[in-house]
Design a protein around this ligand. Structure first.
Ligand code: AMP
Ligand code: MG
Length: 432
């Protein structure tokens, strides 16, 4: 018998992070950067207005108030996307330029007065009616009355005040999330070098399995494992391919796996790993690929855990693709995935935390939970973060999908525990 920890360590020992590739920003989401990304432009790239208003010289509006506003001549518009005033004009003494948010501060101007601190101007209305260059009026004119003074640089976002050329934008090892993608785009990067998402192929086995949506005839059940594990693989960060259920026939299964190897960084199978007469995965995987290849071959073992005792692990095919053969019972296969496959996916991605987070919680139950001696038991539960408690849902049966769907945590009862009293401190694995 292998312990849960020994099995996981054996698996992680065998997997290395995937080779980095250059990906488009939206494909890099959730991936780990393998390069330091340096900033090559200033952000903002030019001094620009943070308000809709008028670009002015501060001396012209010193001491202005409601009663004695400063009256300035409006000499034109600076719209977002324009490169300054038309004809490269500068704002001179006694002059103002109408400006909108994000537009460059025109030559000669030292600050921006928000439109709210003016009478709006007589030539073409307030600047916030300008939506874009195309629908801006030909050029504002007339006069504007300014009711309040401003200091130099007021309402001006300085060039480089966010990031500057030579700054480190993101360091190698960062996970590319939405804000990081925003920064990369803002500095003009369209691709980045990251470790890609692993491609996980999920194959369920069992002649009793019927595809959801089809008619259920006597003695058959719907294939739920391949759906649950494909979803779990995506949830862990993988690109997941669900292969429909394969019948309990070793040749068919072998052929299916060999066909799938081309697009797999990991192969996951469910069912057919225990000691029954039709345990097809065991039978099929003893001869997949070149048996003389070092590292090839799948080792079938018994783990000191419940559920999930029978497990297979090894690598197959010319690329030594890791294969995890999980047990068939729906709860067993899901828990096995969480404990063993999820860490592989995350290790391949180069993520630092490969395991689900765990917490300690107080067992909230009426009667003691029992657990087999020498096996680590994983019961389903609901975790209440506020109360710091965990409540079991359903029993220990590995067929209880209904209870699994109501759970958000796994209650871990260690190997040496045979009974856990209500109120005991327990380890809990958080599933979301
Ligand atoms: P096995 O390990 O193949 O003997 O399967 C153990 C139990 O899990 C049996 O009751 C199977 O019918 C059930 N089972 C196996 N594969 C699936 C699946 N893909 N979806 C739902 N139940 C399954
Ligand atoms: Mg089976």
């Amino acid at each position: 018998m292998w312990s849960v920890d020994e099995h996981l360590a054996d698996i992680l020992e065998a997997v290395r992070p995937l080779e980095p590739i250059e990906l488009q920003l939206h494909d890099a989401q959730g991936c780990v950067l393998v390069e330091d990304v340096m900033v090559e432009i200033a952000l903002p790239p030019f001094d620009n207005s943070s308000m809709d208003g008028y670009a002015v010289r501060v001396a012209d509006i010193e001491g202005a108030d409601e009663e004695f506003p400063a009256v300035l001549t409006v000499i034109g518009d600076v719209a977002a996307g324009s490169d300054g005033l038309p004809g490269d004009r500068a704002v001179g003494p006694g002059e103002a330029a109408r400006i909108m948010t994000g537009a460059p501060l025109p030559a000669g101007a030292e600050a921006v007065v928000p439109v709210e601190w003016t009478d709006g101007g007589t030539g073409g209305g307030p600047a916030d009616t300008m939506r874009s260059l195309s629908d801006a009026p030909e050029g504002a004119g007339g006069e504007v009355r300014v009711h309040r003074p401003v200091e130099a640089r007021a309402h001006v976002r300085a060039r480089g005040s966010d990031v500057k050329p030579g700054d480190l934008a993101l360091s190698a090892g960062s996970v590319v999330g939405p804000p990081q993608i925003g920064l990369l785009a803002a500095i003009g990067r369209s691709t980045v070098k990251v470790r890609p998402r692993p491609r996980v192929v999920v194959i369920s086995t069992g002649s009793e399995l019927v595809q959801p949506g089809e008619e259920l005839t006597g003695g058959r059940i719907y294939d739920s494992n391949s759906f649950a594990l494909t979803a779990a693989a995506k949830d862990a960060g993988a690109i997941a391919y669900r292969v429909g259920a394969v019948t309990d026939d070793a040749d068919t299964l072998r052929a299916t796996i060999e066909d799938q190897l081309i697009r797999a960084d990991i192969v996951v199978t469910t069912g057919g790993v225990s000691v029954g007469a039709y345990d097809v995965v065991k039978e099929a995987l003893s001869s997949v690929g070149d048996e003389d290849e070092p590292g090839s071959g799948i080792d079938f073992r018994r783990l000191a855990m419940q559920p999930g005792k029978p497990q297979g692990f090894g690598s197959i095919g010319p690329d030594h693709t890791p294969l995890l053969a999980l047990p068939g019972n729906p709860v067993s296969s899901y828990i096995s995935f969480e404990l063993f496959v999820r860490p592989v996916i995350r290790a391949l991605m180069g993520l630092p935390d490969v395991n689900r987070p765990t917490v300690q919680a107080v067992l909230d139950t009426d009667k003691a939970l029992t657990s087999p001696s020498g096996r680590r038991q994983f019961l389903r539960g609901t975790y209440d973060a506020e109360a710091g408690t965990v409540t079991p849902v359903g029993g220990a049966g590995s067929h209880l999908i209904g209870a699994l769907a109501r759970a958000d945590a796994l209650i871990v009862l260690p190997e040496d525990v045979t009974s856990a009293e209500p109120g005991t401190d327990t380890e809990v694995i958080l599933l979301r």
